[in-house]
Every structure is written in C-alpha cells, then in structure tokens.
Design a protein around this ligand. Structure first.
Ligand code: HDE
Length: 724
C-alpha cells in the first residue's frame, strides 16, 4: 500500500470533517448534551405513611465496589447505555397503528420484566435483613484461632431473619421457627453462622429434612394452609416421629411468635469444634443474646398482625434501624470439653434435638453485634444473599452431627438453582472481603474477567500461581479428628432414642403463664386438625411429656387424656429457658401517643420528647392524619393498630369505637397504659381504670411510669388475672 495514502488518511481523520448535508432539509438543531445537575429526589412520604421519626442519622455505607452501583448518570438509558426520550409509548405505525417489532426498548423492557423473579427459597423464603458490625471482645482467643474473634477486631456482617414454612409473600407473625443467619465478612474469608431462634431441631439426620418440610408445607392438593403448622400433615409427622416433639414444643411456646426479630435469641443449634493456635480443641454451641431481651407476641396479637400488617417484623426491623435504635446481640459460647464420646453431662452433643442447659455450661460472651443499616435494595441483598454452614474460617470446624453434615451438601446445591448458576459468590452481597484467587471458571453469570492461562494446579505457565498457604499464612486446615472404626450402616447411636426427657425439661422450666400459652397453642393447632388418629397420637406424646399438659389439651379437644407409654422423666428445670421474670431495657420499643386538638401542645411535646430521650419510638395517633400542634401525625384512627405499640399514653379522651377497640386490645394483651387526668374517664368507660399496669399520671411523669412497666415486657399480673 503506498505510504502517502496512509498519511493522507491519518491527516484527514485529525481534521474536523464537514457536516453531512441533506439537500432540501432544514438545518438540524443540535441536541443539548448538558447533564442535569442532580437527578430528581424521590418525594418524601406523607407523615402518616412514613416510618417513625428518625432520631439519628442512619446507616453505614455498604462496602460495594463502584461498578456495582445500579444507577449511573442522570439520564434514562437502555441496558446498553443509549439515552432515551420516552418510555411510555411503544413505537407504532402512527398513533393508532400496530406496534413495530423493531422497538428494541419495548422488547428489552418487557423481556427483562418477564424474567424478574427467581425461585424463592425452598424453606426460609420469607425474610428481612440488615447490615451491621460485630466487635469481638477477645474472650474466645483461648479456644479458637479465628482472627475475627480476636480482641477488638471489627467485622462487617449481614444478617437475614426469616420464617421457615411460608412463601415469600406470607405473613411475618405466623407460629413458626425463625431463621437467624449471619454472614461475617472476615479478613480470612466469609464465615456464616446459619442458625435459628430455637436451639433444637425436628430431626436428628438430614435425610429426613424433605419429610418434615413436606409435612409442614401446605397440603399438596389445595395448597393450604399457608405458613402454618396447624394442620394434619404436620401433626401426623411429628406424632409419628417423636424425635420432633422437642422442636414442636418450642414452636408451641411463646418462642414460636417473637415480638420482633430484635428480641429473639439465635442458636447455632449444632455442636461445633473450635481449635486454637496450639491445636487444642473444644466443642461449643453458639448463642446470640438480644440486648433487648427475648420477648414474644400473644397469640391474639400474632393473628391480628397477620391481617393488619403482614410485614410486621420486617417493618419493625427497618423502622428501628432507620430511627437509630440499632438492635444489638451478644454472641456467646457454651464450651464443652472435646472428649471421644462427644457427650457432656450425659447429653449427646451430636444430637441436635437436645440442648445443654445453661446451668450446666454457662454462656460466655465473646463479642457484640450491632445492626446499623438497612439494605439498599431488597432483591440484590436480602433475596440474593447465600448462606452456607460450610463457609468456615480457620479456628472453627464442624462435627459429625448428621444433620449438620447433610446441610453441608444442601445449601450450595439449592443456591445453584435459586441463583441461576454457580457464580453467585460474585454477587456484591456474597463477595468475601478477603482476596479471592480460586480456580473456578466460566459458568452462567460469570462477571469476573480472569487473567492467565492456567486455572489448574500444578502449573508452570502462570508461574505456579495461585500458591498454597500454610497454617502460618492463615490456611484453613481441617481439624485432624480421629474417625472411629465402624461398620457402614444406616443407624443412630442409642443415645438418640430419648425423645421426651428434654421436652419435659423445657415445659417444666417455664413459668405458669408460659405453660398456659403452650397448652393453648397445642389446643389451637390440634383443634385445626381433622384426623382423629392424629390428635390422639399427639395426645399420647404429650402424656409422655407431662400429665397436666396432656390433660389440659385433651380437655380442650374434648378427648380423653391417655396414660403415658414411657416413664415421664424426672428433670431439673432450667430457669434460663424462661422469658418471664427478668427486667430489660425499653429502648427500641414503640409507644403510641393518643392525642387530639384538646390535648395541650406542651403535653404532647413533653411525652414525645421524653420517649425519644429514652430511646423509645413514639407513634403519634390522632383522629386525622397531617399535623397536630405542629407535630406530624403518624397514624390516624383509621390506620392505627394495637399490635404496633408496646404501650399507650392516652392524652385525650375518646368515644370513637375504633380508638376504644384499640385500647381494649392493648389492655387484653397486657400492655402498659398511662392516661393523663384529662383522659382518665375513657379508662373508666371501658372498665380498665384500676387494673395492674394502668396508671393515671400527669404527662410529665408518664414516660418514667412506662419505662418501669415496659421493663418486664408485659404486665404479666394482668394477663394472669384475665386468664383466671
Ligand atoms: Fe436450613 N436450609 N436446612 N436449617 N436454613 C436453607 O438454603 C437444610 C437447618 C437455615 O436466610 C436452604 O439457601 C437442610 C437447621 C436458615 O438465606 C436449604 C437441613 C438450621 C436458612 C436448607 C436444614 C437451618 C436455611 C434453603 C437439615 C438451624 C435461611 C435456601 C439437615 C441451625 C438462610 C437456602 C437465609 C435455608 C437446607 C436444617 C437454618 C434448602 C437439608 C438445623 C436460617 O439449603
């Protein structure tokens, strides 16, 4: 090719070209490419639609790389970045003509929408999550080499709470176990503690998981009932399969209907093995202890909430974090010696239907977790997060618990379907905060651009990289546990055969009002069953647990109470299992302030500010929305519900039946009520004036009175009196 032509070509390209002209066409107007300075901010919610008022600025910035930010630039574009002028009209052959197939924007928009849903989790489908931090106090350093448990180390976390049985759209307050899954983004890789709010499980071996879940899920013919255990197939299974009795009893207790995710304990359930720098091992159980205490709803509240606010727990968590009332949990260990038998005080530590009472192995706090930021996007974070009990870090290892061993297989398997391929660890929420250099390649939704030619080992072409780490470089080394010489068989050890003694222990450890709730729950659930044989078989199981409980439930069902078929165990109660009796901070609770135009502005302001100062979220309730004395009204009598509040301050008299119904419910559910003298007549009108936990006080003293009453969560005395 002649060199002169090439030079000419280069010179031509550098010169500003003449614009193309179209003969006869009007001169084109150049489009403005100037960016708007700011995208429009979303409109603020109306006062009665918004979350309770924010006290402190919320949230830590999430630690995602910039390329993961969903929106870049201010203009609406296609997925390929072409700017758009219109997204409301399809491209048509004239305003009344047919839509043209060539409309790429239309096809892209609808096609993407058609594929917006992914399969929900087969269990734990309904959940809510938050970001936070875990700060270790160093107490665990003697038993584990895990770096994130060293004194003062701060680790980002993401926690997802869930129900087990219901679908993604089911109600939050159903009677069920709650998931409590925590992802620690440690410097040594991700550690997942995938636990529940109940310390025992239904089954002793993972091979039975499909059976218990099929039994608990809606009946396969009509697909009802949703998110409930009150039906024949569930009780059919647990009455036949008596190892499930322990977990079923915990579900029937108040633990099955938590007041809030913020007020739930969490348990690792299985026994884990820890190893320290010296190679010494211990067996441990993990416990999360909420700083706010462990509290529950009443069954009537739970049922009301399912209708009035199916998002009750999800809203509660998000509102509290937005209001700056950051929930906190201590992480604690029960530490047991690692003996060849793997038992402690006669309790088989490989049996996940058993607890170790705290009186035998006390909880030792090893750090504190604070949840301080709501997710930015529910789908990207809460829905796409993928936990796995096999995500371990050096210093923490599994045991031979057959339930745990099966879980180690299940989670990654289900996530490949749910998240559409094997690369979900690259999603921002799942990405470890430690450097990644694996040899996993390609696959659906691969977003990494891997360099090099040798994703195999050994290799010479990539210089032998990646290299193996030794223990000194922080490698995860499986603890060299001796495997006993055994024959291959499908069997459990004999110690797994005791299905009742710990159920008796749990029941006998509860206070009378808690025991009453248990009996009522069985009566409700079995009362919803149709099959006589199922009810009778479950009564037989109750007879083996506690004769009084069995008699109460049998009487409620109108059936005779059977005699036990195994000797009822003589057990030492564990007071640590009770939820009633202790005092807890009231921080993060919600208190309704009922006021109207007759309320003195100063009284409203005093109570509201006093509650704020005590860390309580005030909810102003008035006959109308909008503003009252310059303060935003968060609920009108139409939108207010008793289930939303832990206590009420009545600053205005009322004859509105909706307000009175709410007051009646608050009273029936054992919640504290403080009325100003101006509102005292209303208490008299609904006959609740002189009951325990109902006080008439000047507004200035109302908050102090409530703080005392709220510290026990409910006015138990009143609940007991109402039951008597
Ligand atoms: Fe799970 N469990 N599980 N589980 N589990 C799942 O994993 C499974 C068990 C728990 O918020 C699934 O990604 C088997 C015990 C929580 O994303 C699945 C067995 C405990 C969550 C699965 C168990 C749990 C799950 C469904 C019997 C408490 C929600 C979607 C051996 C210690 C995590 C998914 C989240 C989720 C399997 C028993 C806790 C199917 C086979 C015991 C908190 O993989």
């Amino acid at each position: 090719m002649p060199p002169t032509r090439r030079r000419d070509h280069v010179m031509d390209a550098a010169r500003e070209p003449d614009p193309i002209t179209i003969p006869g066409a009007p001169a084109p107007v150049p489009p403005s490419l100037e960016e708007p300075t700011e995208p429009h901010k979303p409109l603020p919610p109306k006062p009665d639609q918004g979350a309770p008022e924010t006290r402190t600025p919320t949230g830590v910035p999430t630690d995602y790389p910039p390329e993961t930010v969903g929106q870049q630039g201010a203009y609406l574009t296609t997925a390929q970045g072409a700017r758009l002028t219109d997204t409301d009209h399809s491209l048509k052959a004239g305003p009344r003509g047919p839509v043209l197939l060539q409309d790429h924007h239309l096809r892209e928009k609808i096609t993407h929408f058609d594929h917006e849903r992914i399969p929900e989790r087969v269990v734990h489908a309904r959940g809510a999550a938050a970001h936070g931090v875990f700060v270790a106090n160093g107490a665990a350093e003697s038993v584990t080499k895990a770096g994130f448990l060293k004194r003062g180390v701060t680790t980002p976390v993401f926690v997802r709470f869930s129900t087990v049985l219901g679908s993604r759209g089911s109600a939050d307050t159903v009677r069920d176990t709650r998931g409590f899954a925590t992802k620690f983004y440690t410097d040594e890789g991700v550690y997942d503690l995938v636990g529940n709010n109940i310390p025992v499980f239904f089954i002793q071996d993972a091979i039975k998981f499909p059976d218990i879940i099929h039994a608990g899920k809606p009946h396969p013919d009509r697909e009802i009932p949703q998110a409930q255990s009150a039906h024949d197939t569930f009780w059919d299974f647990v009455s036949l399969h008596t190892e499930a009795q322990a977990h079923a009893m915990w579900n029937m207790s108040d633990r099955g209907i938590p007041r809030s995710y913020r007020m739930m304990q969490g348990f690792g359930v299985h026994t884990f093995r820890l190893v320290n720098d010296a190679g010494e091992t211990v067996l441990v159980k993990f416990h999360w202890r909420p700083k706010l205490g462990t509290h529950s709803l009443t069954w009537e509240e739970a049922q009301l909430a399912s209708g009035k606010d199916p998002d009750f727990h999800r809203r509660d968590l998000a509102d509290a974090i937005e209001a700056g009332a950051f929930p906190q949990w201590d992480l604690a260990l029960q530490v047991m010696p690692d003996t060849p038998e793997e038992t402690f005080e006669g309790i088989d530590l490989l049996d996940p239907t058993k607890i170790v009472p705290e009186e035998l192995a006390p909880l030792q706090v090893i750090g504190t977790m604070t949840l301080n930021a709501n997710p930015t996007n529910f789908f990207a974070e809460t829905e796409q997060v993928a936990f796995h009990p096999g995500h371990l870090v050096p210093g923490i290892d599994v045991t031979n618990d057959a339930l745990l061993q099966g879980r180690l297989f299940s989670y990654i398997d289900t996530q490949i379907t749910r998240l559409g391929g094997p690369n979900f660890a690259q999603l921002p929420i799942n990405r470890p905060h430690a450097p990644i250099n694996d040899m996993l390649r390609d696959g659906m939704h691969q977003t990494a651009v891997h360099a090099g030619v040798a994703p195999y080992k050994p290799n010479s072409l990539d210089g032998g990289c990646p290299f193996f780490a030794g223990a000194d470089e922080g490698a995860f080394i499986d603890i060299p546990v001796t495997v006993s010489e055994s024959v291959k068989e499908r069997a459990d050890s004999r110690s797994f055969d005791d299905h009742f003694s710990q159920v008796t222990l749990f029941y006998r450890s509860l206070t009378p009002i808690e025991q009453q709730h248990v009996a009522e729950a069985y009566a409700f659930e079995l009362g919803k069953c149709y099959e006589q044989a199922v009810k009778e078989r479950q009564l037989q199981a109750l007879a083996n647990i506690d004769a009084d409980l069995c008699a109460t439930v049998a009487a409620a069902l109108g059936l005779p109470a059977p005699a036990p078929t195994v000797e009822v165990a003589d057990v030492e109660p564990s007071p640590a299992l009770r939820q009633v009796g202790e005092q807890w901070p009231a921080e993060g609770r919600v208190v309704g302030i009922v006021a109207d135009e007759s309320t003195e502005a100063s009284a409203l302001a005093t109570v509201r500010e006093g509650l704020h100062a005590a860390g309580i979220v005030p909810l102003v309730i008035a006959p109308h929305g909008g503003m009252l004395h310059g303060i935003p009204v968060q609920r009108s009598v139409q939108t207010a519900a008793s289930i939303e509040v832990d206590a009420v301050v009545l600053l205005a008299p009322s004859t509105d039946p909706r307000a009175l119904r709410m007051l009646g419910e608050v009273f029936r559910h054992g919640k504290a009520i403080a009325a100003s003298p101006a509102a005292a007549d209303t208490l008299e009108a609904v006959h609740i004036g002189d009951a325990p936990g109902v006080v008439t006080v000047e507004p200035a003293a109302a908050v102090d009175e409530l703080l005392t009453l709220l510290s026990t969560h409910r006015v138990w005395e009143r609940l007991e009196a109402l039951r008597a």
